[in-house]
Ligand binder design. Structure first.
Ligand code: ZN
Ligand code: ZN
Length: 145
């Protein structure tokens, strides 16, 4: 779902009015996740996590955990850091660098639609793994020293 919404934001009739502001950061830092047009902030950052809450009505503590995890994921996607046991930011970093690539959150729909072909051929793709320790991704594909 996010993949198609993201593709819509990149449509030529919409992009320059709404999503272009977010793409001013071609190598984003965590706080750049919130740097966007107010319409995008409501539709991308606030509404999606709130829909699940409205649909299922969980306990308030569960809502706090849900919003905290959503925020951590969003900040991580824009941080440029590989934090152990949190998903890799490589695909979204690449999306900020080349806005015609990597629209999806998990990458499955990008693979199906072929919108990650340049990413798959880049050196960034080799570093797209979730870390389980504190070894830098610069050692991926090389022997550790
Ligand atoms: Zn972004
Ligand atoms: Zn974008």
């Amino acid at each position: 779902m996010y993949c198609y919404y993201s593709r819509l934001l990149h449509h030529r009739a919409i992009y320059k009015y709404i999503h272009k502001q977010h793409h001013q950061w071609t190598a984003p830092i965590a706080i750049a996740a919130m740097y966007c047009h107010p319409v995008e902030h409501i539709l991308s950052n606030l509404l999606p996590p709130a829909i699940g809450i409205q649909l299922f009505g969980p306990h308030i503590a569960t809502q706090w955990v849900w919003f905290a995890l959503a925020l951590i994921q969003t900040l991580n996607d824009h941080s440029g850091y590989h934090i152990p046991n949190i998903s890799t930011p490589e695909a979204h970093d690449y999306h900020h660098m080349k806005s015609t690539q990597c629209f999806a959150g998990l990458g499955i729909l990008d693979y199906i639609h072929g919108t990650d072909l340049q990413f798959r051929q880049s050196s960034y793709f080799k570093r797209r793994f979730r870390l389980s320790d504190f070894v830098s991704t610069k050692y991926f594909g090389k022997a550790k020293q």
